[in-house]
Design a protein. Structure first.
Length: 161
C-alpha cells in the first residue's frame, strides 16, 4: 500500500492521505472503536500505551485519549464529534494538552473504497498559519506513519487474531 503523504493547503490546512489494504468499513471501525484505537494510535516511541480511550462515536460525543510512557510522562487529547457517516466520513474537533491545550483542530476524515482497499483522506483545519506551523514542527509525520502502519496490520489480521 502507498505510504503516508502530508501536504499543506492555503494558510491553515494540512491534508494527510494514506492507502490501506483493508476495506473502508474496517478502517473506519479502527478509528471509532476504543479497543482498536488503543492498539494502533501509539505514535513511534516504544513503550507508550493508551490507558484511557474514551471515544463516544456519535454527534456531540466526547473524545479523550491519554498516552503514558511507563516513566511518569504523558499527555492527552480531548475533543468531540460533529458528524459521522458510518464507513465513509468522520468530522470531529480535537485539542492536544501538552499540558496546556492547543487551539482547536477541526478534522474531516474520509474513507473511500480504492480497489479492495481504502484511501483515507484527513483534512485538518487549524485556526491560523502559526498554529499549523507549530503542529507540523512536532515531527508528527513519523509518529503518524508508524501508527498507520500498525492500523494497516491490525485491519488485515484475521478475525479473532
Amino acid at each position: 500500500m502507498a505510504k503516508l503523504d502530508i501536504r499543506t493547503e492555503g494558510e491553515t490546512h494540512v491534508v494527510v492521505t494514506r492507502r490501506f489494504a483493508a476495506p473502508p468499513e474496517k478502517v473506519y471501525r479502527a478509528h471509532v472503536e476504543p479497543e482498536l484505537i488503543q492498539q494502533w494510535m501509539l505514535g513511534c516511541d516504544d513503550g507508550w500505551t493508551m490507558p484511557v480511550c474514551i471515544n463516544d462515536a456519535r454527534p456531540g460525543g466526547q473524545i479523550r485519549y491519554e498516552w503514558k510512557d511507563g516513566e511518569g510522562n504523558g499527555f492527552h487529547l480531548t475533543g468531540e464529534y460533529v458528524e459521522l457517516e458510518p464507513y465513509s466520513r468522520i468530522v470531529h474537533v480535537e485539542r492536544m494538552h501538552l499540558p496546556d491545550p492547543t487551539p482547536d483542530n477541526h478534522v474531516e476524515t474520509r474513507f473511500d473504497a480504492d480497489g479492495a482497499g481504502t484511501l483515507m483522506t484527513m483534512r485538518m483545519t487549524l485556526p491560523d498559519s502559526e498554529t499549523r506551523a507549530a503542529m507540523l514542527a512536532t515531527g508528527m509525520e513519523h509518529g503518524m506513519a508508524v501508527s498507520y502502519d500498525r492500523l494497516d496490520d491490525l485491519t488485515m489480521a484475521p478475525a479473532g487474531a
